[in-house]
Every structure is written in structure tokens, then in C-alpha cells.
Design a protein around this ligand. Sequence first.
Ligand code: ADP
Length: 570
Amino acid sequence: MPISENAKAVLERRYLARDEQGQPTETVDGLFRRVANAVAEGDRRFDSKADVVATAKEFYELMVSLDFLPNSPTLMNAGRPLGQLSACFVLPVADSMEDIFDAIKNAALIHKSGGGTGFSFSRLRPKGSTVNSTGGVASGPISFMKVFNAATEAVKQGGTRRGANMGILRVDHPDILEFITCKNDTREITNFNLSVGITEAFMEAVSQDKPYDLVDPATGRVVGQHSARAVFDAIVTSAWQTGEPGIIFLDRLNRDNVVPSQGEIESTNPCGEQPLLPYESCNLGSINLVNHLMKTPAGWVLDRAKLEKTIRTAVHFLDNVIEVNQYPLPEIDRMTRSTRKIGLGVMGFADMLLHMGVPYNSEEGVALAEEIMDTVNSIGHQASEELAEIRGPFPLFDQSIYRDGRPIRNATVTTIAPTGTLSIIAGVSSGVEPVFAYAYIRNVMDGTHLIETNQILKDRLVEAGIYSDELMHKIVEQGSLAHVDGIPEDIRRVFVCAHDVSPIWHVKMQAAFQRYTDNAVSKTVNFPNSATKEEVAEVYRLAFTLGCKGTTIYRDGSRNEQVLNIGKVN
Ligand code: ADP
């Protein structure tokens, strides 16, 4: 099994089944067998004579080769008593005490099972409105978000994952300014990512420098106006300072709402890549692109035949996950089965480019992104249509925007996930992000340091006859190869890290993947510490014009405790 020591450690710590003493009762190989067997059982629902053993073997090989991995809850829970396999959920938050606290309870149940939750708080009446039954004053969405946050904090102590939330507020909610800055105190609402739900009317008002209406969601009445530019600037300033809030383009999410009869899409999952209707859940899975290259005399090229086969098996796998999943709530069971959304995406894209010798920040890189995602999307849709011939289309197909076309099994097929843990298990770059750093220093127990180097770079430098500890130290110090002496130009061009890629290229790459993705793309646009607010604003505008569904930015050093550091000894 081509699994690294690091990946083994991650799996052993959090993913393997354990006994009551906390000792693992399975090996890594056993984990993949458990998941494959449990998911293959889905076939039996459609054919009592199905060859489940053959399907299980196919699924096992798909995972053990690291060609494809399903999202973490599937790896953790398939074939075990909990049986909750989805990563993403969206829960409604209606404007009453009962509904608010129901949502908190339901979120707690989901977090316990390893899923993440997204909420729109846009329906809550603004701070200061009256409460009819008591004659009191409403405390507003932000105060309730703090309660959701505290509940998440308590649940995470006992769970396998930290518990992650997305909180969304529409830009025309009267409390929007409080929302935009509510995480500026970095101790607040720490278990949430925040995004402002932007409307096209708002973007139009920004470009024309006009005021726009604020609407009280409880009454539907216009209760005031803000200058669109002032609010846009407030979002940009806060994002420049702290990385939050991000933005999502609500009209765009709803243009791709496959079953509008079921209501509006108001929120996404925690990392933003999966817009969902209230009570929907989604199963993600990611294809490891590095494993879909083949060596030719001209160098590494995409192995299209293998990629197509993986896509088909992955769609079969993810559709089975919907069948065998044990949902945390009856409403989620019903909604998820009625649209059957799956989110197949990719990981290791940046590593793939390194092998192929193509810079991430180049037209050629963007063209490859389009070619690959076009394939995943079109073959993925074909596979889902073929499944529909045997298993039937998703139950709400007749109400869907696809109803005049060929029946399809899954209302959505593709999503680009962050693959935070999956990419560590597969040993490749995460999602479609560029490589963050090529070399960094790891502290070792006895107080000494160890340099960890990206293997693809190391191989390339050894091949060029220039690998040395001294060179690696320089790369660590500078956080990039860009200004290190003695590196040949052909290597420097290709081995770009996240900070060498200008924000504009980050957005272009996100937009390229978005063009061929049903759902959305998880992507962070990295800025250097020296970036200005205007540069951030430009990226927001560009994301809008290039058709992205949202954007998240991060300026290096803008948060005290950032997860990844460049050029620093940790
Ligand atoms: P993984 O690599 O572990 O499968 P990703 O990093 O791809 O997960 O994240 C995919 C989705 O899984 C996120 O958008 C979110 O919905 C959910 N998720 C990620 N991390 C957590 C967490 N710590 N707790 C709960 N949900 C999470």
C-alpha cells in the first residue's frame, strides 16, 4: 500500500475502529475493506442477485490504491454502528425560539457524527425588533450565532472532528454591519466560517455607487438603506484584517438550484463548496489526479482512460453511500434521498502540474484545469444517467430543471472539496490549491529541527544535480523558490507556491474549475502581508465577473494563530 507514515499516523489517530480501551481493532487495509463492503451493500437494494462481492472488490481497489477517497465521515463510520457518512449539511434557522434551538440540537447531533453544518441566519428578525409574545426586544442573529458557537465548542470535546459551521447573512439584513465585524475579536464565534450572502442587486449598486434597501425578514418591509460601497468596503476591510467574512453570490447559487420547487438555496456547508437546500446533506469524494498520470517518452500526461474509469466507479460508490447512509434526522433522510446530491471532485491538482512541468499560474495550467474538470463533469453526469436507467432518476426529477432531458440519478454530481485530511492520507496537494510551501522545518522531540521537503521538488533537484541541505535551508527561509540563487529557470517557473501565484491567477483557476462544477469550488485566494485593501476589492469584483460562486481570501499574517506559516521556524 503506497501510504506514507504521516498518513498512517492520521488514520490511526482518528479513523480506525477502536475497542472500549481505545485500541485499534482494524488495520489501515481493514479500514478500506470495511468501507468497501458497507458501501457495496447498496447494490442489493436494486438487485437481489447483485454481485456485491465484486463491487466491494472494485471499491476496495479504488480506495486502497488512493485513486479516490470518500469524505472523512464515510471512512470513519461506514460499516460501524453510527453509519453517518456525509460531510456536509445545511439546517434551516427560522425566526422562533423553538426553531432556533431545534437547529442547535440538530447541529449537535450532526457534529457528534463528524459532519459539518451550514446555516443562514437571514430569517432572524434584527436586533432591537419587538418580540410579540413577551413584549421584549429581539437580540438579533449575531447573538444567536454565539449560542450555536458555544454548543459546537461543547460537542467538539467528545467528538472525532472539531465541528465546523458556516454562518451566512444576506447583505440586505439590517444587522449586516455587525455581522461583518463580529469575528474581529478573534476569540468570538471561532467555530464558524462566515460569508455575506451577496445579491446581484447589491453588486449593481456597488458599481453605480448607490444606496440599497435593508429588509426586515420578519415583516418583509424595507427598514432602511446603506450605501452599497460603504458596506462593500466594510466587507473588504474586515477580510483584509482577518480573512473574514468571505462572500457568496446567492443569485448564482439559485440559478443552479436544480429543484427550485423545494425552496431557495440560502447557505453552503462550512467550507463553501457545497450549496444545499435546508435539511439536505451531501457526500463528497475526491479523485487523486497524481494517480491518473502516465509516463510517455514526452513526459507525464493525463491517463484519460483510467480517469474515466475512476469517475464511473466513484459515481457508483457515492450513489451507494446515499443508500447505506444512516442519517441523523428523518428530515435529512427524506431531503437527501429526494435529490441525491453527490459531490465528486479532485485533489493533487498542483502536484499533477509539477509532474507535467506546467506552472499553476499559466494559461496552460488553467486549460488543463478546464480539460480535467470538463471530463469529470461530463463523464460523471453520464455515469449518473446510466445509473438512472437501472435505479431510476432522483425522486424530484420531474420537478427539476433537468425534467425535459435525460433522467439522471443525482441532482448534482460535482464539487471541489478542500480535502484537508484526504489529501494528507493520499499524500498529495490539497484540492485544487497550489502547493503552500516546498520545504518547512519540523521540530523534533529532542529539540533539533528536521527539514521536510516536497518529494517532487526533491526528485527534480536531485535529477538536476543541485540538491543540497544548504539550498533547502534557503527555500525554507524565503518560503519560496522565487528568489533563491542557483535554481534553474525551468524549475523556478514550475515550482511556484501559493504566495508566488498572484491573486488574479488564484481567481482565474477557481473560475476555470467552477465552469465545469455543478456545486462550488473550495479555494482560498492568498495575499502577501503587504497587499492593500484595493487589491482585495479587485479580487472580489473579479470573482464576480468570472462566474465564481463565492470567494474566500487570506492575507498572510493577518490572524495571530494561522495554521500554515511560510518562512518561519514553527
Ligand atoms: P476531509 O478531507 O476530511 O474529507 P474536507 O477538508 O474536504 O474534509 O472538508 C469537506 C467538508 O467536510 C467541509 O466543507 C465541511 O462541510 C466538512 N468538515 C471538514 N472538517 C470538518 C470538521 N472538523 N468538523 C465537521 N465537518 C467538517
